[in-house]
Design a protein around this ligand. Structure first.
Ligand SMILES: [Zn+2]
Length: 509
């Protein structure tokens, strides 16, 4: 009746008193969750037409308005469009997206957010103080987190804990009471992961299960623990950490031991475990595997790094050797004399020129086409390079099994694997291996396969003078052409010009 200058209620007039005592006729509440039919809305519309007995407005609060059926919504639309002067509607919902756009467009929208954990804790502190209840801050934090942004829930949980703990709320009592897993477990687990200690993490998990906790909740808790450690890594995201002050220090301490990569990996494993949990037949094992993987993260990272280092090292060595070889083309004799002078001082020049030799020895396609014999220059060089480390003789059978192993290694690349399977591999002379290829295209592309094959065979057969030469196998007449490259090979054979064009324009299939 007489609002304050800030448009707040006066709390003195009949209207305010009526509202405060929940007996105001100006305020009507409808729970749309249970009154969601067209009939319910019709009777509401009837009611809306009646002007208030006292005051100027009638306020209609429709809770859970998204629960209205679409027919009810449509019946309501007309009243919303042209409401009587005295009617005010308050539509409340947690799911705004379910409201028809035509309704939304007629509303003023106010978004309410979840209450922050700190704010809930602040309010609970105030309640505890005025009710003369002693409460540890960590305990209030747990309650606030459990309430998930709702003050009403927070207060009812608080109430429950107070009645169990008899006026003294401690952290330990609260987590026991609310069936919340102690932070301590997570800290211990992560310490174990960082040590690579699989056994201890399995034991901790066993302990957790014995205390009656659900594995799925545990995984979710562990995920958020990693998430909390992650937000501690960056001062910018530190504000996203919603834990009590005493535990905050522990997070900050533990996060200094974790690398970002470790945390990313751990979160990934945890979330995979979380999503797969319900489908798993043996859920305990499912979690245990995730724990083992987490305890292995650092070890795997180290191994990967070592492998990378080794690869880089090898690559650098190759590049510098290749540079040396190309910079001084005539250096070999000198190198040889040096080698003769001090045979063990320099690493074998053989290795350094592997690449050069392989490339240098490629038989020219035109030679092959014109029917020139495919003589491998390697044969000639072989005698000039007596510096090879290994020259173990091998027979057809050993070659065969080495080749099979190589092929098996390529199994992940189905296309390559099939192609290698179509090749016939034969030992021609002492160290020369002939690869009978299916068609000309393979022959032309043999360069790109040669190096890994030759290096592999040399290693397995312990013979560094081994070399490879490609030939195109005599294609049986009237062979069915299946693959693109087979078809192309057939065409190229029939029309040599096609191959010339392919070469000149650097085309590939
Ligand atoms: Zn008043």
């Amino acid at each position: 009746m007489s609002p304050t200058p800030e448009m707040e209620p006066c709390d003195n007039c009949d209207s305010c008193k009526g509202f405060n005592q929940s007996r105001s006729y100006n305020i009507h509440e409808l729970d749309a969750a249970s009154n969601n039919s067209v009939e319910d809305i019709r009777s509401l519309i009837e009611q809306v037409r009646i002007p208030p007995q006292m005051g100027q407005y009638s306020v209609y609060i429709i809770d859970e308005v998204h629960m209205l059926s679409s027919a009810a919504f449509n019946a309501f639309l007309k009243t919303l469009e042209e409401p009587p002067r005295h009617a005010l509607f308050v539509l409340a919902t947690t799911e705004k997206h379910k409201i028809l756009p035509t309704i939304l467009s007629r509303c003023q929208i106010f978004d309410f957010n979840r209450i922050q954990v700190q704010d809930i804790v602040g309010h609970l502190k105030y309640v505890a103080l005025s009710e003369n209840v002693f409460a540890e801050e960590d305990a209030l934090n747990i309650i606030a987190q459990k309430a998930d942004g709702g003050m009403r829930d927070a207060l009812s949980i608080f109430d429950q804990v107070v009645s169990f703990s008899g006026g003294r709320i401690t952290y330990q009592q609260t987590i026991n009471n609310l069936n919340v897993l102690d932070y301590e477990y997570y800290f211990r687990l992560v310490d174990g992961f960082l040590r690579g200690d699989i056994a201890s993490s399995l034991l901790v998990f066993n302990d957790i299960i014995h205390h009656g906790f659900d594995g799925h909740n545990f995984v979710a808790g562990l995920s958020s623990h990693f998430r909390d450690l992650l937000v501690c890594q960056d001062p910018q995201t530190l504000s996203l950490l919603e834990v009590g002050a005493s535990i905050r220090d522990r997070y900050q301490k533990q996060t200094t031991d974790c690398s970002l990569e470790f945390l990313y990996k751990a979160i990934e494993i945890a979330s995979k475990c979380d999503t797969g949990y319900k489908q798993s037949k043996n859920q305990r094992l499912h979690v245990e595997i995730a724990l083992m993987n987490m305890a292995n993260i650092l070890r795997e990272m180290q191994e990967k790094q070592a492998l990378l280092n080794a690869k880089e090292h090898l690559q650098q060595a190759r590049v510098s050797n290749a540079l040396q070889a190309s910079a001084i083309p005539n250096a070999q004799p000198t190198a040889k004399t040096q080698e003769q002078a001090s045979p063990s001082s320099t690493p074998s020049p053989e290795k350094s020129s592997i690449r050069e030799r392989i490339i240098g020895n490629m038989p020219k396609i035109s030679d092959a086409l014109s029917g020139k014999p495919l003589v491998n220059k390697q044969e000639a060089q072989k005698t000039e390079n007596p510096t090879s480390n290994r020259s173990k003789p091998f027979d057809e059978k050993q070659l065969d099994s080495a080749w099979k192993t190589y092929r098996e290694n390529q199994k992940t690349n189905t296309r390559l694997y099939t192609m290698l399977g179509s090749w016939v591999v034969k030992k021609i002379e002492n160290e020369l291996v002939e690869f009978q290829l299916t068609n000309r295209v393979q022959f032309d592309q043999f360069d790109s396969y040669r190096e890994p094959i030759v290096l592999f065979l040399r290693d397995v057969l312990e013979n560094d003078t081994l070399n490879a030469r490609p030939v195109v196998a005599e294609a049986p007449k009237k062979k069915t052409l299946y693959t693109q490259s087979e078809k192309y090979g057939f065409l190229a054979e029939k029309f040599p010009l096609a191959e010339t064009i392919r070469e000149r324009f650097k085309l590939d299939l």
